[in-house]
Ligand binder design. Structure first.
Ligand SMILES: Cc1cc2nc3c(=O)[nH]c(=O)nc-3n(C[C@H](O)[C@H](O)[C@H](O)COP(=O)(O)OP(=O)(O)OC[C@H]3O[C@@H](n4cnc5c(N)ncnc54)[C@H](O)[C@@H]3O)c2cc1C
Length: 296
């Protein structure tokens, strides 16, 4: 039994855990077990047991790019929050998967290191953001990644270089193969001017505050931009700003954001997404592709 495995191994977990505070849409979903491995070894032991007992599992980062479509996840959700060490070696920085990307971005700039300042407004963790190839302002994770320490499906740890990982726009080999888990990421940064980088960050923060609906729960951009077009603009032209399904609403501030104005469920968000996709298809003949990940 997985519960006695957790108890015997003194593994930190919550049974029948609410996931509301672990996803940025604040969807009120829950899971059978939410587990917090202390280190890599414990993570591997947990995964070995889950595989043996054929229990479904999911590694969650900061929950800022997911739609929890189920009311209850009958399995184990693994949070890597305790894998959060950062090691500096000259201009190389290695951060474990559970590190906050915003914190890392600010910390590297504080040390006059340039390269991660694009990420100062991306509320994800290093592991997921590596897998998603998160990015902004014409930069992304792949531009500064040197190598990634991966745990594969056979629970073997390997190091893959940037070239191995097939990065492209918000995509990578890791995202394509959801059995691969990022343990840590090594970045190559360069020496920069702290004050200049800080003022860039402040300017962008101000821009985000004025253009994004940050006062409501959301999970960033909902759709990828089609080639040479902006999803937000297209949605706005379909007069969908403010369109609401049970609290899930197309933001008035930025049409490529869905906000949770009340107690929207994952299903409400998905219904709204379907509505937007249908309207866009009718008007433009284009299939808008989702940037967010649906958890079932
Ligand atoms: C206000 C706001 C602004 C945003 N702005 C941006 C932006 O400018 N650019 C951008 O790219 N994104 C943006 N996002 C989206 C989001 O923050 C990023 O996609 C981020 O990288 C997701 O990280 P996370 O830790 O929250 O991932 P989660 O949502 O927790 O997980 C995303 C996926 O990664 C998987 N995963 C989690 N951990 C690991 C791991 N260790 N190894 C492998 N897979 C893993 C999960 O299973 C899931 O499939 C924004 C979101 C919000 C709410």
């Amino acid at each position: 039994m997985i519960k006695s495995f957790f108890d015997n191994g003194k593994i930190k977990y919550i049974e029948n855990a609410s996931l509301k505070k672990y996803n940025s849409y604040r969807i009120d979903s829950s899971c059978k077990y939410l587990v917090f491995p202390k280190n890599k070894e414990e993570l591997i032991n947990i995964l070995r047991e889950l595989k043996k007992e054929k229990i479904k599992y999911l590694v969650l980062g900061n929950g800022s790019n997911i739609i929890l479509s189920m009311d209850f996840y009958d399995g184990v959700i693994i949070k890597l929050d305790d894998l959060n060490k950062v090691t500096y070696n000259g201009n190389n920085v290695t951060a474990e998967a559970g590190c906050s990307l915003i914190k890392l971005s600010l910390e590297t700039v504080e040390k006059s290191l340039e390269g991660l300042e694009f990420a100062s407004g991306i509320p994800g963790n290093v592991g997921a953001s590596t897998a998603m190839n998160a990015g902004a302002y014409n930069s992304d994770m792949s531009k500064v990644i040197k190598e990634v320490e991966i745990l594969d499906d056979n629970l073997k740890i390997t190091k893959l270089t940037k070239e191995d990982l097939n990065f492209s726009y918000r995509d990578s080999l890791i995202k394509q193969n959801n059995k691969l888990i990022v343990l840590s990421t090594t970045f190559v940064l360069k020496e920069g001017n702290k004050e200049e980088l800080m003022s860039k960050i402040e300017e962008r923060k101000h821009k985000r505050m004025t253009t994004q609906p940050l006062n409501y729960p959301n999970a960033g951009s909902v759709f990828r931009n089609p080639k040479n077009m902006y999803a937000g603009e297209m949605i706005e032209k379909c007069n969908l700003k403010g369109y609401n399904i049970n609290g899930a609403e197309v933001s008035e501030k930025h049409a490529n954001f869905i906000i949770n104005k009340g107690n929207a469920t994952g299903k409400d968000i998905l219904s709204l997404i379907e509505k937007i996709q249908t309207e866009i298809k009718n008007k433009y003949g284009i299939e808008l592709k989702l940037e967010q990940i649906i958890v079932k």
